[in-house]
Ligand binder design. Structure first.
Ligand code: ATP
Ligand code: MG
Length: 445
């Protein structure tokens, strides 16, 4: 089995440094490592609409913004398939079937969805689509048979839900889907980067972000206004680094080399933190240092973005081609799923032949259908009473009594050893000849 990546972002705004450290930077490293056979990066517009249904223009405009951020960070369409979720209708179909495998109470337990509902003030008016988006996310992941999903920590419950759906699907319908593994950032600070306002998560929907496309001046302004330790009022006061976003950003971005270049009084971040905790180190000095560090990281991204933005039609073309490729892969998986779920009627030649046979028996042996339970006939894997054949695949039982004849009874009645019966198809004819046949589960022998 190949190693396959699926991950993505909602086009609800431009991408920010939380995305960058939480997922985007890692994706590019993984892409360039050559360790993966297929990489799919999705712009999740359908998911974005689950809580932005009345604002389609916002979602539409942000498709290109997210795509520009991707390309600027180094995602390469020659190595990664960049596509738009809504262009793959197969994902909706999968979601519909997965809905049968998940309970409402299981969805209600999802901690990320719970806090997002609170954050959006949905309370009693939660859109069904939003409530069930973890199921649609399971479709996104499984459609591509992803083995690896590089995301931030907030996505852990979604991957867990996906694994449960895969497990359930495979145990009910047979091995078809692949259980994915989450790939979290190694660096603790990157798991869930806080907002510049100190809120637990930098998030497009909260407006507390430093965007990858922000200008140098905007980045500086945001950093200088950042929330820090509220008790660190004067320079000489001892300060807290724990939970202090300025230090969390430094944890995420700075390397020892930055000190030599911008703050040579300290060898590394530990020394800077120790001074801050002792007292005597002002926020402004730390923020200025952070600004230098972040500008170093963001400058090349910003410049590349500007360059790529010169040719927007080419970017749409990348997305169109990616969507075509992604659709082909999802269609393959969906066909396998439908086969497993036994809803592939028209491609199942055996099933069609089987029914043809039944109808023929029906017509040519009408006289048998009047008495009590008796009959049978053998031809084309259909075996009859007294002509039992071990190679037979199926038993057809024609029953014109008013009561339902169970598989057990039929097996007993026909005197066929149970372990030899693979399929038992029953026609109930008491209401005429057109009654639908029922398919019974396979009895393994
Ligand atoms: P929205 O507010 O619309 O949900 P978002 O900012 O949460 O937007 P998503 O598109 O939902 O962004 O998330 C895309 C990816 O980025 C996910 O893998 C998510 O885990 C990761 N991510 C988002 N915000 C952060 C963050 N603050 N720190 C680390 N990773 C993050
Ligand atoms: Mg989110």
């Amino acid at each position: 089995m190949g190693k396959i990546i699926l991950t993505g972002d909602r086009p609800t705004g431009r991408l920010h440094v939380g995305h960058y450290v939480g997922s985007l930077k890692r994706r590019v490293e993984l892409q360039d490592s050559g360790e993966f056979d297929e990489i799919y990066i999705m712009i999740a517009d359908a998911q974005a609409l689950t809580d932005n249904a009345d604002n389609p223009e916002k979602v539409r405009q942000n498709i290109i913004e997210v795509a520009l951020d991707y390309l600027a960070c180094g995602l390469d369409p020659a190595k990664s398939v960049l596509f738009i979720q809504s262009q793959i209708p197969e994902l909706c179909e999968m979601t519909f079937y997965y809905m049968d495998l998940v309970t409402v109470s299981r969805l209600q337990r999802n901690p990320t969805v719970k806090s997002e509902i609170q954050m959006r003030n949905f309370e009693a008016s939660i859109p069904v689509g939003f409530f069930t988006y973890p199921i649609s996310q399971a479709a996104d992941i499984t459609a591509f048979k992803a083995t690896t999903v590089p995301v931030g920590e907030d996505q852990a419950p979604m991957i867990e839900q996906t694994r449960e759906i895969v497990h359930k699907f495979n145990s009910v319908y047979g091995d078809t889907l692949v259980e994915p593994d989450i790939l979290l950032p190694d660096n603790k600070a990157c798991l869930r980067l806080p907002g510049i306002d100190g809120k637990a998560k930098m998030s497009k929907s909260l407006g507390n972000c430093i965007y990858l496309s922000d200008t140098e001046a905007e980045v500086k302004k945001k950093i200088m206004s950042m929330f820090t330790d509220p008790n660190h009022l004067r320079v000489e006061d001892p300060g807290q680094v724990e939970g202090n976003p300025v230090f969390i950003y430094l944890d995420a971005f700075c390397r020892d080399g930055h000190f030599a270049e911008y703050l040579p009084d300290y060898k590394n971040l530990d020394e800077l933190k120790a001074h801050y905790m002792r007292g005597g180190l002002g926020d402004v000095k730390v923020k200025k240092f952070l600004n230098n560090v972040l500008q170093d990281e963001l400058r090349p991204i910003r410049e590349r973005r500007k360059e790529i933005a010169q040719d927007i039609p080419a970017v749409y073309q990348i997305l169109e081609e990616g969507s075509r490729n992604a659709k082909a892969k999802a269609a393959e998986t969906l066909a396998e799923m439908k086969r497993a779920m036994k809803i592939n009627y028209f491609e199942d030649k055996e099933l069609i032949a089987f029914h043809k046979d039944i109808i023929r028996i029906h017509k040519t042996h009408k006289e048998f259908l009047t008495g009590s339970l008796k009959y049978l006939y053998a031809e084309y894997n259909v075996i009859g009473y007294g002509r039992f054949n071990k190679e037979a695949q199926s038993v057809i039982l024609v029953n014109n009594n008013d009561y339902e004849v169970t598989k057990e009874v039929s097996v007993w009645y026909l005197g066929i050893p149970k372990e030899c019966v693979l399929n038992c198809l029953m026609l109930t004819t008491s209401e005429g000849y057109s009654t639908e046949p029922k398919q019974y589960p396979v009895i393994s022998g």
